[in-house]
Design a protein around this ligand. Structure first.
Ligand code: BES
Ligand code: ZN
Ligand code: ZN
Length: 512
């Protein structure tokens, strides 16, 4: 992890490859005026010419040619001052981080002298470091050419007259940095191709990361799952040469008197659809069907690093869904771990099957009464709300409220969807207790209702379907192309919230 320096300084004294700062639309770049004389009025002239205009996401790069300590100044447009939000700061840091990475800057600083008074340095610094590290992310592990520049040092600088609480500030910066670091770790795991990150490899990685971050990790193999009757999970994996694994990671930071929270993440390392094979175009990114599992691992590393006072178990059913002579087939009737039987009408609706047995495992073996599940469950999720808004289902209003607030603090968006029982008719089977798929919409609600059938009446439960949200063709703000891990930063904040930690403030209150 890179070191972050926090200091009071004037821009001209910051010894870096580039220092970035912001300017608002309609304002002059005052923060730079004390430096401008040494720069032969370059900033003033660019402002008069209209190049520095504060319009959102515009950038001007000034080369200082040895006149001041920073080699470059990057001036970023922040739009209208009254529209500034922490998320806009995050985005500004991300865009700048990417731009500076692509011109090989390794030592970078941000000067926050442009911030309006109602923005606390603590929250703003957290947003800036988070956005910067998220924006610099790229998955270039498998490239031999064009590798990106590695950041060596990052500094956050305040005007010289400012007084700040160094302890509070460094805690906020650590939180922002570790949220980003964990998100980037999960993005790396998501982006790993299906030929490399198999269920067994994922379980080995979980063991390794567990050791590194002080988590208890337990891996169940197929024999152990057979004994427990996890037949749905085993059926999904049967057509693959890759064995199935159930990964259980635990972090105990909350003490003996606190409950154990449960976080379940779908870990399909490749989803071909199985015998109900997907068509070519729908299959191309299906190595990302393990996104939620990768996110669970990342979240536990973040909570452990931040020493959050919470006890939490992360469960990942890890499996590859393939067609084969011995694969499970449409028409099969399978007895789940809960005892309920399922008629398989589509082997591509495999996520709900592996999640169902995992939910039973969490409730009956681990005695968990508070469960969040996270999954690339249905393509209908993106069809319903687009790729920016995440559908969330729950039997508990308070959980949704906390998650909504956490999303708001992360700059992510979610919307609560209905769990009305009417649509249970979509899952009615003539031969078993349930079927796993209906041709009729809404597939996302049907998926949630299927899972709900495996949730006991006294379990508080929330289901988040990120089908289609996990991937982007093009980078935008702090979201890269490829795996986004969307929703993950909100889930980390959700657990910080559950553990009673301050998750930051913006200049406005979170709307309901
Ligand atoms: N992994 C997919 C869902 C998905 C689709 C995620 C597109 C990301 C992008 C899931 O296993 C699946 O295939 N779902 C089917 C369910 C259907 C058969 C009920 C779907 O949504 O099409
Ligand atoms: Zn599928
Ligand atoms: Zn799937």
């Amino acid at each position: 992890m890179i070191e972050v320096e926090v200091l009071s300084s004037s821009i001209s004294d910051i010894d870096v490859d580039a220092v970035l700062t912001g300017v608002f639309e309609g304002d002059s770049p005052e923060v730079l005026y004390s430096t401008d004389e040494k720069l032969k009025n370059m900033v003033t002239n660019l402002f008069i010419d209209g190049e520095i205009n504060g319009k959102l996401a515009t950038t001007s790069l000034i080369h200082s040619r040895g006149e001041i300590k920073p080699k470059r100044i990057l001036i970023v447009g922040l739009g209208k001052k009254n529209e500034l939000s922490l998320d806009r700061l995050r985005g500004m840091a991300a865009v700048s981080g990417r731009l500076l990475r692509d011109i090989n800057c390794r030592k970078i600083g941000i000067h926050l002298g442009f911030l309006p008074r109602n923005f606390r340095y603590k929250d703003s610094s957290m947003a800036v470091i988070e956005g910067f590290l998220l924006g610099q992310y790229s998955f270039d592990k498998y490239r031999y050419k064009d590798k990106k520049t590695y950041l060596e040092r990052f500094g956050i600088y305040f005007p010289e007259e400012v007084d700040f609480d160094a302890i509070l500030l460094s805690k906020a910066i650590r939180t922002g940095a570790y949220i980003a670091k964990a998100t980037n770790l999960s993005r790396d795991l998501c982006n790993e191709p299906g030929n490399i990150l198999t269920p067994v490899k994922l379980s080995e990685l979980a063991l390794k990361l567990g050791e590194e971050y002080g988590l208890i990790v337990k891996i169940l193999d197929e024999k152990e799952m057979e004994k427990l009757g996890m037949n749905l999970l085993l059926a999904v994996g049967r057509g693959s040469v890759e064995p199935v694994r159930l990964i259980i990671l635990e972090y105990h930071g909350g003490g003996h008197d606190k409950p154990l929270y449960g976080l379940l993440g779908k870990g399909v390392t490749f989803d071909s659809g199985g015998v109900s094979l997907k068509d070519r175009s729908s299959m191309s990114h299906m190595h990302l069907d393990k996104t939620a599992g990768a996110v669970v691992i990342g979240i536990l590393t973040a909570l452990a690093t931040l020493k959050v006072k919470i006890n939490i178990a992360g469960i990942i059913p890890a499996v590859e869904n393939m067609p084969a002579g011995n694969a499970y087939k449409p028409g099969d009737i399978i007895k789940s771990m809960s005892g309920k039987t399922v008629e398989v009408t589509n082997t591509d609706a495999e996520g709900r099957l592996i999640m169902a047995d995992s939910l039973t495992y969490m409730q009956s073996i681990l005695n968990i009464k508070y469960i969040v599940d996270f999954a690339t469950l249905t393509g209908g999720s993106k069809a319903a709300l687009g790729s920016d808004i995440i559908p969330v289902f729950s039997n508990d209003r308070h959980m949704v409220k906390l998650f909504k607030e956490a999303c708001w603090h992360s700059g992510e968006l979610c919307w609560q969807m209905p769990l009305y029982k009417n649509y249970l008719k979509l899952l009615k089977s003539h031969v078993a207790d349930l079927k796993n798929h209906s041709k009729d919409p809404p597939s996302t609600i049907a998926g949630a209702l299927f899972l709900n059938e495996f949730v006991e009446h006294d379990t508080r439960w929330m289901h988040i379907d990120i089908g289609g949200h996990e991937f982007r063709e093009e980078e935008f703000s702090y979201l890269p192309c490829g795996a986004t891990a969307l929703g993950m930063r909100s889930l980390i904040r959700f657990y910080l919230h559950v553990a009673g930690e301050d998750i930051g403030k913006d200049s406005e209150e979170c709307e309901e």
